[in-house]
Design a protein around this ligand. Structure first.
Ligand code: MN
Ligand code: MN
Ligand code: MN
Length: 279
């Protein structure tokens, strides 16, 4: 069975419209799909309206990916099976919408100081109805001819440690986990190895996450080495966490994972989809 508990649509920074993502997943035979856009459930809502009628065999799981702060860095927490009408989730989404706006203003101010004025209006126009994020600033920089492509935009101006890497505004880890828990969802640490923490720091993150009510970690996320799944499986086992898996699909590309993960890779482990299936 193919499952996928981490995907993005054009409601955040994915290339495919929600319905197109759903069509793609259905065509690939994905049985359970969570749409986990950054800080919004708009993509899920759109896909749900389409999917019930067109792809009745595909179980669509409501989800979200929250950015939050922990120990001086940004980490991502996926929420699965959240009640999207719950006031706790709404509070979280509202908080993040304001945070993204505030962050966008700071990124734009920094870009202006580097000789690129007008970035906020430009990025908001690129974002349209999507959540404002750095890819929209990158698209604006490309459209203005300031950089050749999005890769150069991130390398020079927006990537980690660059002028547009503003981390000020995110909620604390415990807060984000709380919104997910309070709205009936399962909190999952997204792509645990992407933060490049030492083993000891990763264990500290897992401990803080579990103390806040977090329940699972992704052991398969996008393209990764086989030994990484093993490492994460051991970590989950040692810390008593359930496991999740997803593609983190944003768009097609040579280094990107396609939609869908074989659930056999998680056989015998306490996996999130078993609980989501029963709802
Ligand atoms: Mn993204
Ligand atoms: Mn992420
Ligand atoms: Mn993601």
């Amino acid at each position: 069975m193919l499952i996928d508990f981490h995907t993005h649509t054009s409601a955040s920074d994915g290339a495919l419209a929600p319905r197109a993502l759903l069509d793609r997943a259905a065509a690939r035979g994905v049985a359970m799909l969570a749409i986990t856009d950054h800080d919004t459930v708009a993509g899920y809502l759109d896909a749900q309206a389409h999917g019930l009628a067109v792809h009745p065999a595909l179980q669509l799981v409501p989800g979200v990916e929250f950015s939050c702060r922990w120990s001086g860095t940004t980490v991502h927490i996926v929420g699965l099976g959240v009640d999207i009408g719950h006031p706790a989730l709404r509070a979280g989404l509202d908080f993040l919408a304001a945070a993204r706006r505030e962050r966008g203003e700071k990124i734009a101010a920094r870009l202006a100081a580097r000789g690129f004025p007008g970035a906020l209006a430009g990025a908001l126009a690129e974002a349209g109805s999507s959540q404002l994020g750095r890819p929209h600033f990158a698209a604006w920089l490309v459209a203005r001819g300031h950089v050749r492509d999005a890769g150069e935009a991130f390398d020079r101006l927006l990537g980690q440690g660059k002028t547009g890497d503003v981390q000020c505004c995110w909620p604390e880890l415990a807060e984000a986990v709380g919104w997910i828990r309070d709205s009936g969802g399962i909190a999952v640490i997204a792509h645990p190895l992407k933060y490049r923490f030492t083993g000891m720091k990763l264990r500290r993150l897992v401990a803080a996450f579990a103390a806040a009510g977090g329940e699972a970690i992704e052991i398969i996320c996008g393209r990764q080495q086989p030994q990484q799944a093993g490492q994460l499986r051991r970590l989950a086992g040692e810390c008593g966490l359930a496991v999740s898996a997803g593609s983190d699909f944003h768009r097609d590309g040579p280094y990107n994972a396609p939609l869908g993960v074989d659930s056999a890779a998680l056989a015998g482990l306490p996996a999130v989809w078993e609980r989501l299936q029963r709802r």
